[in-house]
Design a protein around this ligand. Structure first.
Ligand SMILES: [Zn+2]
Ligand SMILES: [Zn+2]
Length: 397
């Protein structure tokens, strides 16, 4: 089968690889019909997350048809022929965190938990296509994928909805939604969101669903700012304004009630601190550039909430803990507890409250994934989101 393989920093290649097989009783094999490139895949593309190996198949946003199930899969929940969206986090359904619906913290789905425990004390769940320290699972940017604990995560989707309407239930829609929920929004609140990529876009729309009065979206890519305005947000371009000053002005010096970092470890920026972060990241003295997180803490109103859906990996310095403590801020974060959100958000799509396909800018055959990674990283050609068709032949040149 064809699959998108990480061959090194900024080197994605499509290779013929063996098809996956059922390894454990609760596995299923899914024939992938649509898969996507995620902003967090770009951290892998840029070589910033350790424990990737040459040849690893990436991809954690995918959907398709179940073509085989292991003997332990509960057929009342999943069977051959079902059309499913698969969440990017893998959960067993039976451990303590799973019973608490903290699905992204499953104790049983990361076979390499020992490695993460050394870094973080405890390991989150395994993830599809996201390094060996997160389980070493082959990802879904491929024609077929093995799905462990297949009767827990995948959600069946009705034939009446197109792939491009539901595929984002695999990550970015629930992730944007949980990030907004983590803002602790009360009716009329002002929410500032750094990063108008796909997660930011879904967070903007989710914040309004939760009753936010104003959403202020911050980025510097014109088409992303435009898409944010179409979602009802006011926008700030950080190339043009001093963001902290602008937010003070907009909120009558009070500060936003909640600030969201939907950027993560590869924050862009200006000034001394940005260059300091970049230099240290290049020297591997820190894993993350935390410029956005600093601004969130600085901008947030006293007693407000900082929500972090952006991905961070390591140990970082110059975190303004003084401001954080003295302003009585709350910090909420985490990989998304996917199975809490997939069904209710599918219902919103079915009711026509939102059509998540608005975020797509590029539809490419899987064979053109390397080009997809490149233009998404470079934000060329107004690229906001790339979806891949594993079965389409490359368009004739
Ligand atoms: Zn993703
Ligand atoms: Zn579990």
């Amino acid at each position: 089968m064809k699959a998108v393989c990480w061959m090194g920093k900024e080197d994605m290649q499509v290779h013929e690889v063996p098809e996956p097989k059922i390894l454990n009783p609760r596995d299923a094999i899914v024939r992938v019909t649509t898969t996507c490139i995620c902003g967090s895949d770009l951290h892998l593309y840029d070589g910033l997350v350790p424990t990737l190996a040459q040849g690893d198949i990436l991809g954690h946003e995918f959907m398709g048809e179940v073509v085989e199930t292991g003997p332990g899969v509960d057929s009342a929940k999943l069977k051959t022929g079902d059309r499913v969206v698969v969440p990017f986090t893998i959960a067993c359904g039976g451990c303590g965190p799973c019973h608490e619906e903290l699905w992204s913290l499953c104790d049983n789905s990361n076979p390499n938990a020992w490695f993460v425990e050394k870094l973080m004390g405890h390991s989150p769940s395994g993830l599809f296509g996201y390094t060996h320290m997160m389980g070493g699972y082959a990802g879904g940017q491929a024609q077929y994928v093995r799905v462990p604990f297949a009767d827990v995560g995948p959600i069946k989707v009705p034939e009446s909805l197109r792939d491009d309407q539901v595929v984002f239930l695999s990550d970015i829609f629930p992730t944007g939604y949980m990030a907004a929920e983590n803002c602790n929004i009360k009716p009329g609140d002002t929410v500032a969101i750094w990063g108008c990529g796909p997660i930011g876009q879904f967070a903007i729309r989710s914040a309004f669903m939760m009753g936010a009065g104003r959403v202020i979206a911050i980025d510097h890519v014109p088409e992303r700012l435009q898409m944010a305005r179409e979602g009802g947000a006011e926008t700030l371009n950080f190339d043009d304004v001093d963001v902290l000053e602008a937010l003070r002005e907009i909120t009558g010096s009070k500060g936003p009630d909640a600030c969201m970092d939907a950027v993560g470890m590869e924050a862009s920026g200006h000034g001394m601190q940005y260059f300091y972060d970049s230099a240290k990241q290049k020297l591997r003295l820190v894993q993350d550039r935390i410029g956005v997180l600093r601004q969130c803490i600085q901008a947030c109103r006293k007693g407000g909430t900082v929500s972090v859906p952006g991905v961070y990996a390591g140990f970082d310095d110059k975190v303004p803990l003084g401001a954080f403590m003295n302003k009585s801020l709350t910090l909420k974060t985490g990989q998304t507890h996917m199975m809490r959100y997939m069904k209710p958000l599918l219902e919103r799509i079915e009711k026509g409250e939102i059509d998540p396909s608005f975020v797509i800018s590029h539809r490419l055959p899987l064979t053109q994934a390397p080009e997809g990674y490149r233009i998404f990283r470079e934000k060329e050609d107004h690229c906001t989101k790339v979806v891949l068709d594993p079965w389409a032949e490359a368009a004739a040149a």
